[in-house]
Write a protein that binds this ligand. Sequence first.
Ligand SMILES: *Cc1c(COP(=O)(O)O)cnc(C)c1O
Length: 454
Amino acid sequence: MKNVPYKLYLPEDKLPDAWYNLRADMPEQPGPMLHPGTGEALPAEALKGMFVGTLAEQELDETNRYISIPGGVMDYYKTFRPSPLCRAYHLEKALDTPAKIYYKFEGNNTSGSHKLNSAVAQVYYAKEQGLSALTTETGAGQWGTALSMACAYFGLDLYVYMVKVSSQQKPYRMSVMRTYGAEVIPSPSGTTEIGKKILDENPETGGSLGCAISEALERAAKTENCRYVLGSVLNYVLLHQSMIGLEARAAMEILGEYPDIVIGCAGGGSNLGGLIGPYMRDKLTGKANPRIVAVEPMSCPSLTRGRYAYDFADTGMTTPLIPMYTLGSGYIPHPNHAGGLRFHGMSPILSKLYNQGHMEARSVGQRPVFEAAQLFCKYESILPAPESSHAIRAAIDEALLCRESGEAKTILFGLSGTGYFDMTAYSSYLDNSMSDYRPSDEDLEKSFATLPQI
Ligand SMILES: *Cc1c(COP(=O)(O)O)cnc(C)c1O
């Protein structure tokens, strides 16, 4: 009856063998990272001391449009890629919309998210450089899990600092990481000076992402042959995630389809940046003009209500300064916020594109997000991550507009992952204890006041 299959996996001979570097096509580059003390651009050598060497090079690369994927990375990709491009026939029918809704599903691996795409690459290069251990932080746990999987495969030690409340709420997330061989340390902990100091001052604290980052950085600095690695925001993470968009575009081409609207959720910007890469290229080179939409939580609205400024990436104000839309590094979403996407800033690449008017952004309340999640799982069978459900919300809203206007638009959204470990959040939605929280202008002003003066 239908000539488009429900799911399309790219054939192996059509899999992309190079990542796409969006910066090669950007009319204006995002600014460089700055040293917070001097305000000067960080030289390549400084970045190489902080990051894995090849990743530092990729971070700075503004000219190479395609960067070939090493064979060792491709080999691991084959265990979970390609990811399927799906047509949401049942959801379309339920919404009674003439719109065609496609989604690219990245949750088909044990991390339950797209984060494995970059974790594999980062650990591969770390091993190639002869490093023997890595540290990182994790909040919700997807990044820590992805990195645990990659470290297990390539044989590196991994120390994951997991926000203490999160480790208590999601003990099985810890078990998954430990099964892959990672050491998971609830943060703050007694394993670092900064952790001890925080515990002395406040023994009952549940921790924060900013504190976990500070501990992971300290542990890396004090461990031989070790680096700290990050799962979002940075340019090289978006580079690795371009796999999502390259596969999506190739699969849609096989179907003879092209999206009018491309939608993704945005926390640090990596899944969205990866999905839109090739479509943004079409836009910037005048080949096509799809609308590109970032969706963020109303309680953490960095693009829609933030400032475009240089800011720290961590609450402890220890990282280099990066140019981005930010709510201020001290910004912490309201405790009632359950749906992820809590980072106060945004990828410098996406920030620049948004600032120049190449993409749109909107924020959505968390109740409508979980309502969309429930509708989606009912018709499409997948239990979506709360983060991904922000994109589902926007896709449904666009499809409903099509119902009103009668236009048969083609919508593509990124389904970045699954929500099996997020049942506390789902429960609070189902129990009606979840509310929508919109920070006041005054709240935001207070937070902007902490922006570094440079
Ligand atoms: C981490 C995560 C996000 C948000 O991070 P981005 O870097 O903005 O992509 C979104 N969805 C899922 C499933 C995640 O795990």
